[in-house]
Design a protein around this ligand. Sequence first.
Ligand code: KG4
Ligand code: ZN
Length: 343
Amino acid sequence: MNILGIETSCDETSAAVLGGGKVLSNVVSSQRCHTDFGGVVPELASREHERLIVSIVEAAITEANIAKNDLDVIAATAGPGLIGAVMVGLCFAEGLAWALGKPFVPVNHVEAHIFSPFISDEAGHCEPKGDFVSLTVSGGHTLLSVVRQSLDYEVIGRTIDDAAGEAFDKTGKMLGLGYPAGPVIDRLAKSGDPAFHRFPRALTASSQTSKSYRGNFDFSFSGLKTSVRTWLEGHDAEYAQEHLADLAASIQSAIVEVLVEKTIAAALLYKVNAISVAGGVSANSGLRSAMQTACDKHGLDLFIPAPAYSTDNAAMIATMARLMLERGKYRPEMNSYGVAPFA
Ligand code: KG4
Ligand code: ZN
C-alpha cells in the first residue's frame, strides 16, 4: 500500500510517501520568513504553504519513484495547528484524493508525534512492543501520555501555560538568539555551565511539598521565562553576553530536568517498560542524554525518533494513517466525500 502524507500545521511544508509501511520519501521545507518576527506569523505561514504545496508533493512522489495513480491513500494533518496553515494541506489533500478517487485519512498532528517511534525507513526501526509513556514536546505542545498498542492513549499531564519548545524559543529570544532559539540554546549549552544560575523547576518534587506533587504530571514554564527576564534586568548586557553559553546551559538544564523527572515518575507509576520522546524538542541533545541516563538507571527502554522525524514532518502523518488503517481506527465517515477505503 502506498500512502501519501501531507503536513502543513505550522511552519514546515512537508510531503512523504510510504510504500509497504516504509518511508520512501520525506520532503520537508522549513519556512525562513518568520525569523525577524521572533515567532510564526500565521498569515505568512499559510501563504508560504500555498506557494510550496504543489512542488513539495510532486518532489515527494518523484523521490518515492512511483506514479500518482499508484497512491492508494492520501492522508493529511487535520489539526491541531494554525488553522489557515492546516487548511492549505488539508484542502489540497482532500482535493487530490477526490481527483484520484482514493480514500482520504485525516490525521491528528499530536497523535502523529506520539506515534512517531513507529516510523520505519530504510535504516529500519525499533518500536515499543508494549505500553509506553510518551513525552511529546514541541513548539505548541507539552504532553505526557500513557500509550497502548491499540492506539488508545490517556493524556496524564500537559502544560498549564507555555510549551517546552516555547520555553526554549521565548527565553532564547530574550537572549537575542533569533527564532527558533531551541537549536541555538542546545548548541551554546554544550560549552556552558548548567550550574551558573538555578532557574526555577516548576511543579516538580523539589518545588512542591511531596503531597501536592504526587500524581501531578502537569508542566509550567512561564515562571522560567519571568525568571530569565528578571535575571537579565538585574545584570548588565555585557556580563550577560559574556555568560551567554552559561545562561543557555542553565535554561536548558531547568527545562530538561523537569521533563525527565516527570516522564520517569509517570513510567514508574503506570508500570510501563518503555518511554518515548517525540516532537521538535526531542532533538535536544541535553534532553536525549539525560533521558537515556535516567532510563538506564530505571531499566526502561527509550525510543526517540531520528531528528528528521522529531520536528514536524509528513512521514509521521503517513505513518499515523497506516496505523489507523491497520489497527481499525479509521472510520469511513472520516472521509467527508465518501470514497470507501479499499472498496
Ligand atoms: O515539532 P516541531 O517541529 O513543531 C511544532 O509542532 O511546534 O517543534 C518545534 C520546536 C521549536 O520550539 C524549536 O525551538 C524546538 O522544537 N527545537 C528544539 C531543538 N530543535 C527544535 N528545542 C531544543 N533543542 C533543540 N535541539
Ligand atoms: Zn509538531
